[in-house]
Write a protein that binds this ligand. Structure first.
Ligand code: AP5
Length: 230
């Protein structure tokens, strides 16, 4: 008998999963989210990516968010909530989703708590990375404008400078990765987002991971943990 080996992830069609990736700027949330979303077949919803898309299309949300993002500040909650809840209404979220960069304040987390499907397994994965490493990673980060693949000038550059290996798109440096903006984003993280660690720890849904390790090691640890909780 020929055994066909499926390339699909090991997850039953009925299984659903809500994941939150929490961590400072540059901790690897985007890098890990792309792989995890693919592995579990859930949409990767990054509020930062949604804002960048709105800014490039010059929508009203993009115009309202731009000055805050460029200054390294958080976009006001009401702008974020409308955009996020609108995205969560899409049918691809019925079987779950992976949130990257949301929530970022206790007020955002409270609103998500009121809205989310309580029957869906809910895990908050926190990537711990020390501040010095954050600054180094952010200053080297490069992103493809077209497909969003994340590179790093120092650790994982594209083969041809400025050109995406995957799609040939233009690889660029985000404006908010300028050193002074990264320092402001870190400050904002410690003041406004870090309290979420205690918030979710009290709810017994948060687990921390050592994000200082190489990306493949971090991914394996996250995946093993999620698999054990499905
Ligand atoms: P957003 O885009 O979410 O930025 P962020 O949270 O600051 O996170 P980053 O995208 O900078 O980093 P990351 O953790 O995804 O790391 P990455 O994988 O790219 O938000 C941007 C702005 O939008 C915010 O500042 C705010 O203004 C606004 N905003 C967004 N959401 C909001 C909300 N909910 N409320 C209010 N405002 C909001 O990795 C970074 C680099 O490190 C890459 O080069 C990568 O290759 C490298 N790297 C990754 N992992 C490793 C590893 N393990 N080892 C070595 N290198 C690694």
């Amino acid at each position: 008998m020929i055994m066909l080996q499926s390339t699909k992830p090991i997850i039953s069609p009925q299984a659903a999963l809500a994941l939150i990736l929490l961590g400072p700027p540059g901790s690897g949330k985007g890098t890990q989210s792309k792989r995890l979303a693919h592995a579990y077949q859930v949409p990767h919803i990054s509020t930062g990516d949604l804002f960048r898309e709105h800014m490039s299309k010059e929508t009203s949300i993009g115009m309202r968010a731009k000055a805050f993002i460029q200054a390294g500040k958080l976009v006001p909650d009401e702008v974020v909530m409308d955009m996020l809840f609108d995205r969560l209404e899409h049918p691809d979220c019925l079987r779950g989703y992976l949130l990257d960069g949301f929530p970022r304040t206790v007020a955002q987390a409270d609103q998500l708590g009121k809205k989310r499907d309580l029957k869906m397994p809910f895990l908050v994965l926190c990537l711990d990375v020390v501040d010095d490493v954050i600054v180094q990673r952010a200053s080297g980060r490069l992103v493809c404008k077209q497909c969003g693949v994340i590179y790093n000038r120092d650790f994982s550059p594209p083969v041809h400078p400025g050109v995406c290996d995957k799609c040939g798109g233009e690889v660029y440096r985000r404006h908010d990765d300028a050193p002074e903006v990264v320092l402001e984003r870190l400050k904002v993280y410690h003041e406004q987002t870090r309290p979420l660690i205690e918030y979710y720890r009290k709810q017994e849904v948060l687990t921390s991971f050592d994000g200082n390790q190489p990306p493949d090691v971090v991914y394996s640890e996250l995946k093993r943990y999620i698999d054990n909780h499905l």
